[in-house]
Design a protein around this ligand. Structure first.
Ligand code: MN
Ligand code: MN
Length: 299
């Protein structure tokens, strides 16, 4: 790998990791979701990077794809099992990392199972390893901790400007792709005490650009222009449109219209099928001949 390119991956990873660590300071009983999302995204920007995607805040039986929405009045509650997933990019080089914050006695086993499974998987990866072996390691480590992996959530290959670049890194023995030196991958075990699957539900405040469509209404056209200019590469939060000047009270209509005309798509919140609690851990890493270099390490 070109040394300058490596440096970009490492730097993006470090910034994402700092956002992740910040989650442990700012997620507290009574704190607003909006405050947490903005604190972490502001930190990413203050380090000279951009969020690669909105900070995912997913609580209890939700595994992923929720975030603070415009005007969101949700606060964290005693006992919440809070997954915070942070992405930072520098000129398209992405760091993707997640942690679980516990606000009470619940979820301890799941947090530990996800973290131990991630460590075991990292130990296993080097050039030439099959993704099935990684998934097998995740699953057996989870089971040793009395938890189940979520079988239909996976890690992934990362390429410049593309967070999910084709190859999936499973959390169960599945698939047959081989990982090569120089590839950048994210491994992200999700542990649950439910049935081990998720389904996609309602929109969670995270969207991605599909195509530019002609809009007749002023505020919808305004949103379309912002999305086209600034958010056409990577996922964005409806919250960010309000930051850019779109009227907060008009957001439901703006989003509905953009979706209906095929300009954007929503990510639905991913919820455990058996309403089990979910814990998550994630790191991004560069695959080497004899191991990996984890990029999402805070200084
Ligand atoms: Mn992630
Ligand atoms: Mn990921």
């Amino acid at each position: 790998m070109d040394p300058d390119v490596r440096q970009q991956w490492l730097e993006a990873g470090r910034i994402a990791a700092e956002g992740r660590e910040l989650a442990h300071e700012v997620v507290e009983v009574g704190t607003d979701w909006v405050e947490v999302a903005e604190a972490i995204e502001d930190h990413v920007r203050s380090e000279g990077a951009e969020p690669a995607f909105p900070v995912n805040i997913s609580v209890n039986e939700d595994a992923a794809h929720d975030t603070a929405r415009p005007g969101d009045d949700r606060t964290f509650e005693e006992g919440d099992v809070v997954k915070v997933d942070v992405g930072a990019h520098l000129d398209g080089y992405i760091g993707d990392t997640a942690t679980t914050v516990l606000l009470g006695g619940r979820g301890r086993k799941l947090k530990q199972a996800a973290e131990e499974a991630l460590s075991a998987a990292i130990e296993r990866v080097q050039a030439g390893v099959n993704v099935k072996e990684i998934g097998s390691t995740v699953q057996s480590t989870m089971q040793a901790h009395g938890a189940k992996p979520i079988s239909n959530l996976t890690g992934h290959l990362i390429e410049r400007w593309t967070q999910h670049a084709g190859i999936s890194i499973p959390n169960i023995p599945h698939g047959d792709k081989t990982i090569e030196a120089g590839q950048v991958i994210a491994i992200e075990p999700f542990a649950t005490d439910g049935v081990g699957k998720i389904h996609e539900g309602e929109d969670g405040g995270i969207f991605h650009y599909e195509q530019t469509t002609r809009q007749r209404q002023n505020d919808v056209r305004q949103a379309m222009e912002i999305i086209e200019d600034e958010f056409d590469e990577l996922p964005f939060a409806s919250r960010w449109l309000v930051d850019e000047g779109v009227n907060e009270r008009r957001m439901p209509l703006v989003l509905r219209t953009l979706k209906r005309t095929g300009a954007i798509e929503a990510y639905g919140v991913l919820t455990e099928d058996g309403d089990g609690l979910v814990g998550q851990a994630e790191h991004t890493m560069i695959v080497e001949e004899d191991g990996v270099t984890v990029t999402t390490v805070a200084e």
